[in-house]
Design a binder for this molecule. Structure first.
Ligand code: ATP
Length: 361
């Protein structure tokens, strides 16, 4: 069964004078998914979120929510609600009044108001804190109040603009898991803006990776990591070695290429490699390479010299010089109890599976 789209972004651009904050963006977001907008600072994530919320209008193109064009529809009449980075909760109101704030115009009966506030607080694990002053809350609790205040409005889509960035690392990681659980239990669409790849990978069903106002790829975390569609995406998400390669033969399914430092390799062809490309770049993740002591060159195995090693507890990162390649190859190894860090200068054999080599544009 195909899940219907709750949001459709059709050819949306937003220009601020000469700045193309968004440039011809197309995107469909499905009902009930946890969707993230990921990219470096200034790529246009917040601009897109604000257009969905109705805080700003596109220069060109159209935003549809639940099948309806939103052009001219003000923010307060859209089925969306936003949670901001700085929480924006009122310091002079207690938790209950902060959470109930958006409902005041609905003039609900006191009992109903009370029950909606307490169920919103329950969702974010703040049961019973109605009377607590906003000033008496920790950073994590403030963020939960901000979430409860948005959820109490029962939006179809919750928009989250870097909601966890003010929290310290440990609390942020804990809140990532909670936010994900919350999204699953309420079942509404969450759209998260983040520049933190780990955050996006941990929480999302799908991620749109953006650079300079454009979308490079929309895919699941796994697909983005395993099959990045561009060099920019590959470099932004996780570590990646880039290897220059000269194409020797290309068929519909396979490319045979001479890869700098790795020798002749046969890799699966991808749509992003043009038919007449003579030079390509291959990507391989550091953890997809193996390292062993000694010199045993052969098929899919090359010999090199460790130039540097960095021990990180659960993993060790090695940098290995290979003849025919200028930059050292990064190799990461999960550490077991017996593992001893190999020293710089050691001769090693690097092994790889050609299936892990991804042709990139
Ligand atoms: P960050 O992670 O730093 O928040 P972002 O990806 O959310 O970045 P945006 O805030 O969407 O980026 O900004 C995209 C581009 O548009 C930037 O170059 C920014 O300077 C520019 N921009 C955004 N809002 C305005 C504005 N109101 N007036 C002029 N330029 C703007």
């Amino acid at each position: 069964m195909t899940v219907p789209n709750i949001i459709e972004i059709n050819g949306v651009s937003r220009h601020f004078g000469p700045v193309r904050a968004l440039d011809g963006v197309d995107m469909q977001i499905r009902e009930g998914e946890f969707f993230s907008l990921l990219g470096p600072s200034g790529c246009g994530k917040t601009t897109l979120l604000r257009l969905i919320a109705g805080f700003d209008d596109p220069t060109a193109g159209e935003v549809l929510i639940a099948g309806e064009a939103m052009t001219g529809v003000p923010a307060n009449l859209r089925p969306t609600n936003m949670v901001f980075q700085n929480y924006a909760i009122f310091p002079h109101l207690n938790v209950g009044r902060n959470v109930a704030y958006g409902l005041r115009k609905l003039r609900l009966a006191p009992d109903e108001l009370k029950s909606r506030v307490s169920s919103a607080l329950e969702m974010v694990d703040l049961t019973g804190l109605e009377d607590r002053g906003a000033e008496e809350l920790s950073g994590g609790q403030r963020q939960r109040v901000a979430l409860a205040r948005a959820l109490i409005m029962r939006p179809k889509v919750l928009l989250l603009d870097e909601p966890l960035s003010a929290l310290d690392k440990k609390l942020r990681e804990q809140m990532q898991i909670e936010l994900r659980r919350l999204q699953r239990s309420v079942g509404i669409t969450f759209i998260l803006v983040t520049h933190d790849q780990h955050e996006a990978l941990t929480m999302s069903d799908r991620i749109a990776v953006m650079f300079e106002g454009k979308v490079d790829q929309i895919a699941s975390p796994n697909e983005l990591y395993e099959r990045p569609a561009s060099r920019a995406v590959a470099g932004f998400i996780g570590g990646m070695n880039f290897i220059d390669a000269a194409v020797k033969k290309k068929t519909a399914n396979q490319i045979t290429a001479e890869a700098a430092g790795l020798g002749t390799v046969v890799v699966a062809s991808e749509d992003n490699v043009s038919d007449d490309a003579s030079e390509i770049v291959l990507g391989i993740r550091p953890e997809r390479l193996s390292i062993s002591t000694g010199k045993k060159a052969g098929k899919n195995r090359v010999v090199g010299t460790i130039s540097d090693a960095a021990f990180f507890g659960e993993v060790t990162h090695y940098y290995v010089d290979l003849p025919g390649r200028q930059e050292p190859l990064a190799v990461s190894v999960s550490n077991s109890a017996e593992h001893e860090t190999l020293p710089a200068g050691a001769k090693v054999t690097i092994g790889f599976d050609p299936k892990s080599l991804v042709p990139l544009d």
